[in-house]
Design a protein around this ligand. Structure first.
Ligand code: AMP
Length: 517
């Protein structure tokens, strides 16, 4: 069945044809006619299924009639991360190019004034992260009583990140009778409760089992000693036929260290994690999407849901701490029917064994073991590395000697960006607000700059898994809501996560009008 049978308008069909799509995906085929009829939707679908177009295409047609009024957006799309919000905005630009709809993006790390100006002009489509939206609402710069369509996207991701209370507040403040389109990859009890509370006789559309991994992804596992992990990764990167690949690490610190180690060994690589300023995150994504860099070293928080259609390899430098993350990570490859390869590096440690069992149980797959990898001797990375390494004494017991020396030198290098994060003024999320216990902390920047107590705490923070930090903060909303692996108390975060920096390029600033006809 082609798109033309779904009830979309000619301008929208033309934009779809320009995007190169001939057939709707299953979620598009099921959702689009229902959305056009004004029905609430409960879509159980992951990224990669075409779900973004399943709500943006009909929304464009519904909103093409009517006019936006100042500070009263006509539709609202809630996204858990800035990257996903920016991705949805790109989709609106692509599919809405034959309409005159106006759009604004409200995400953290961006100046409030520009966003307020866009809201004052009036927008048809508002795409926002929950925290930043509530910030604008509480300043009285935004009214939610003109919303005709509300989209809650990646609801289970919102849950993981502790945003559900914010989502509830937002839903409660939309007083007008409106249509709700609700998407989640999984349906834990908290999400089920939300759907009962806020959806009105929704059409339920389920397109893929939550824990399913794509059959066109070859999965492999390699067990090595902790000290050999980086060397193993490098050897596989050299031996595999890699077009491009994402290397996932559980901890932000490891993302930084593996990135720097690979860079020193001559690989074309970038890094993506939650401590980076938004502008740097967007830039590295652009480089990766446009093949300016071959590899991306990333954390789960920064990379989940990203749409890079043609990734040949995914490497798990660590077995993920939550089994569902394995599905999301390897789902970055093998997209749109292409072949992909996912290789996970594991160790004999008890925690890795438990995490791996959880992954294999969830995916109902026995991952193929690579048993015959012989580590080859390799040249030292660079003289600079050796010199830096000699300057510090590593106490990290895990990586090999050279790696450990490299990593210690990186810990000192990461402080400035971390301090900048501490000074960020505007948060886009509850996470970030909670990360900064008070405005007083913001005023204590100069103490940080002198390398005081807060600076050393920054290093401790970056040594923790990003998701666990968020889950702990999100309190009752995440407790027991998933089948989590329990960590020993020492593995759990003790300090809050520090937010992102304030600098974002102009194109991400609110008020991106769709090109006029
Ligand atoms: P999403 O699940 O919304 O993140 O979409 C995943 C990818 O599928 C994106 O790169 C879309 O551009 C692409 N896509 C969406 N709909 C179609 C379609 N009908 N045919 C081919 N590709 C599509």
């Amino acid at each position: 069945m082609g798109f033309e049978r779904l009830g979309l308008s000619d301008p929208t069909l033309a934009a779809v044809a320009d995007a190169g799509y001939s057939e709707p995906t299953p979620i598009q085929a099921q959702a689009i006619p229902q959305v056009l009829m004004g029905r609430d939707i409960l879509g159980i679908a992951q990224t990669g299924t075409g779900k973004t177009a399943s709500f943006t295409l009909p929304m464009i047609d519904i909103l093409s009639e009517g006019r936006a009024r100042a500070r009263m957006p006509r539709s609202l799309i809630l996204e858990p991360t800035r990257e996903l919000a920016a991705q949805v905005a790109e989709n609106f630009e692509k599919y809405g190019k034959n309409t005159k709809l106006s759009m604004a993006l409200l995400i953290g790390g961006v100046n409030f004034t520009e966003q307020e100006k866009a809201l004052d002009r009036g927008v048809d489509v508002l795409i926002a992260t929950p925290g930043r939206l509530l910030d604008h609402f509480s300043r009285g710069k935004l009214l939610l009583n003109g919303i005709d369509i509300l989209v809650v996207d990646e609801a289970d991701r919102m849950l993981d990140m502790g945003f559900i209370p914010d989502v509830e507040k937002i839903c409660e403040r939309i007083t007008k009778n409106h249509q709700t389109l609700f998407f989640s990859a999984t349906m834990p009890p908290v999400i089920q409760r939300l759907t009962k509370q806020f959806l009105d006789d929704p059409k339920k559309i389920e397109v893929a089992r939550p824990a399913s991994t794509s059959s066109n992804i070859e999965q492999f596992l390699i067990e090595v000693s902790p000290r050999d992990k980086r060397k193993t990764l490098r050897q596989m990167l050299r031996e595999e036929k890699i077009k491009n690949g994402i290397i996932f690490c559980n901890r932000k610190r490891d993302v930084k260290e593996v990135f720097m180690s690979l860079e020193r060994h001559g690989f074309s690589v970038g890094q993506l994690h939650g401590d980076m300023e938004q502008s740097a995150r967007m830039e590295v994504l652009r480089q990766f999407k446009e093949n300016e860099i071959q590899l991306l070293c990333a954390s789960d928080v920064a990379a989940r849901g990203l749409d890079v259609p043609d990734v040949s390899h995914v490497f798990n430098f660590d077995v993920p701490g939550h089994a569902e993350d394995y599905v999301h990570r390897i789902g970055r490859t093998g997209r749109a029917g292409r072949q992909g390869k996912a290789i996970t590096i594991t160790t004999k440690s008890k925690i890795d064994v438990r995490l791996l069992e959880a992954v294999e149980k969830l995916t109902n797959t026995k991952i193929a073991r690579i048993n015959d990898l012989e580590l080859k001797p390799e040249k030292r990375a660079s003289k600079k590395t050796d010199k830096q390494a000699d300057d510090v004494k590593s106490n990290d017991p895990q990586p090999s000697e050279t790696d450990a020396r490299e990593s210690k030198s990186q810990v000192t290098e990461q402080e400035p960006s971390q301090e900048k994060s501490d000074t960020a003024q505007n948060s886009d999320s509850k996470t970030e607000k909670q990360a900064r216990p008070s405005r007083r902390q913001g005023r204590s920047n100069d103490r940080n700059e002198r390398g005081g107590r807060n600076a050393s705490r920054s290093n401790e923070r970056s040594d923790r898994p990003e998701r666990s930090e968020r889950s702990e903060r999100s309190g009752r909303y995440t407790q027991n809501s998933r089948d989590r692996i329990k960590f020993a108390p020492d593995d759990m975060p003790k300090e809050p996560f520090i937010g992102l920096g304030p600098h974002v390029p102009a194109f991400l600033v609110a008020g991106i009008d769709s090109p006029k006809k």
